[in-house]
Design a protein around this ligand. Structure first.
Ligand SMILES: [Zn+2]
Length: 192
């Protein structure tokens, strides 16, 4: 099937030339409607990787080409930057939305305003956001306000860093880290 020129692919499909009546999606002009929608809307219908990114401002889920992540993409809905280089403060609803929909890993700092070590770690976490975006989203959850969320994740001490990928927690570290490098190193080592 690889020898069929692109121009013929549509007819080949229509006339059932593909074995089992299926389709070879590698042919760019393939008209098969079984190709997932997210891929079909790509201009050349090639298999371009798409990352769902939740906007930090309006919380709309954007579909961004993986290759475009590094070039400061804007939200298609509110037109603000999808990455700001600073941690994103989230309540419980926002947290569920970002964790559930983001393709990129999410690093969460569970903290509280009355906690001295939390306040000491805050500048390092801020710097880590600038280093790790857009490969990762950095989020702060105030456990004083989002108490149900802290209980759901069984946060026993603060600060606690937790790393999520594909909606699931993959690592957790209680206690303050001293530098952005330490935070970034810990997160990256847990994604390998
Ligand atoms: Zn937006």
């Amino acid at each position: 099937m690889d020898q069929i020129p692109d121009l013929l692919a549509r007819d080949a499909h229509r006339h059932g030339l593909f074995r089992d009546g299926g389709c070879d999606h590698r042919l760019r002009r393939c008209q098969c409607t079984r190709l997932p929608r997210v891929l079909r809307i790509e201009r050349n219908w090639s298999l371009t990787p798409i990352s769902p990114i939740v906007c930090p401002h309006c919380h709309t889920t954007n579909r961004v080409k993986a290759a475009d992540l590094a070039s400061a993409p804007d939200c298609g809905s509110c037109h603000k930057p999808l990455f700001t280089g600073t941690p994103l403060a989230l309540d419980e609803a926002g947290f569920d939305r970002h964790i559930g929909r983001s393709q990129i890993p999410v690093l969460v700092d569970f903290w509280a305003p009355w906690c001295g070590p939390c306040r000491m770690m805050a500048p390092a976490f801020e710097q880590a956001a600038a280093q790790l975006e857009p490969r990762m989203r950095l989020v702060k959850v105030n456990t004083e306000e989002a108490q149900a969320l802290a209980a759901r994740f069984n946060i026993r001490s603060i600060p606690t860093l937790a790393l999520f990928r594909d909606g699931k927690e993959v690592a957790r570290q209680p206690g303050a880290m001293r530098s952005a490098a330490e935070i970034a190193g810990w997160a990256q080592s847990n994604l390998r």
